[in-house]
Design a binder for this molecule. Sequence first.
Ligand SMILES: NC(=O)c1ccc[n+]([C@@H]2O[C@H](COP(=O)([O-])OP(=O)(O)OC[C@H]3O[C@@H](n4cnc5c(N)ncnc54)[C@H](O)[C@@H]3O)[C@@H](O)[C@H]2O)c1
Length: 272
Amino acid sequence: MTHFTGKVAVVTGAGSGIGRALSVELARRGARLAISDVDQVGLVETEALVKAAGAEVRADSLDVSQRELVVAYADTVAEHFGAVHLVFNNAGIAFTGSVEKMTFKDIDRVMDVDFWGVVNGTKAFLPHLVASGDGHVVNISSVFGLFAVPSQSAYNAAKFAVRGFTEALRQEMINGDRPVKVTCVHPGGIKTNIARNGEQVEGLDHDDLATSFDKLARTSPAKAANVILKGVEKNKARVLIGADAWVLDKFVRITGSGYQGLIRTFGKRNGL
Ligand SMILES: NC(=O)c1ccc[n+]([C@@H]2O[C@H](COP(=O)([O-])OP(=O)(O)OC[C@H]3O[C@@H](n4cnc5c(N)ncnc54)[C@H](O)[C@@H]3O)[C@@H](O)[C@H]2O)c1
């Protein structure tokens, strides 16, 4: 028996990276899974891995930014399994570029997926989590929800917003004696396809950005999934993943707004 045995867990953005690793790890620990993604090919691969780990799974094509579809999906999943206990709002996209160069549309897209996707998943599943009597919302922010860097304004905005939304929700659930735990996750660099799948403003080179990311990202998705699930078991308010996340969190707390000077210098050196 594990903390997750027999529980129904929803994972968005399950076709790659952290979402895939979470799905496989949850399957190994006895959870029943509802996985989804916009990437059908990646989703089918994850479904096969989850089945191989012996778990019951339903896989659905779902764009988390499509509110009505997410609400309908939540009802379908609850009906299919009879209950929903855990929701991992994990789907996300990266975008790189300065505020001056990015368009309103670029910013909208990042907010639609990285912020509204999390809000949609949380709101749509919350009644089902309450009904289960033993719910847990796990929202994936980022270290970029703890401090800002040049070229990531839209992503920073979305991830700071996820943090604020999630921290407020946790307090509401506690104050209201609601049977739903809430955890906000801040990964450092995780070796996934996020940069390769990402987009950027004109003038920045996609491959250069992806290569730089690959050098910085040190933690494996499997390790990230284990850290997240340990945090869920312990009902942590905040989960940091990777030594980089721990160091940067401390650095920002110690320096206050002073962190911006050092990060700006790093960004300038890297052409951002
Ligand atoms: N990799 C990192 O270093 C890192 C660091 C901090 C936070 N994160 C966050 O972790 C989460 C997972 O990212 P990852 O690194 O595994 O990236 P990834 O690109 O490997 O996986 C993200 C998945 O989300 C899916 N997705 C994208 N848009 C979607 C949409 N509109 N609806 C449904 N699915 C969608 C993609 O198809 C992909 O399968 C994201 O929220 C990301 O911002 C990642």
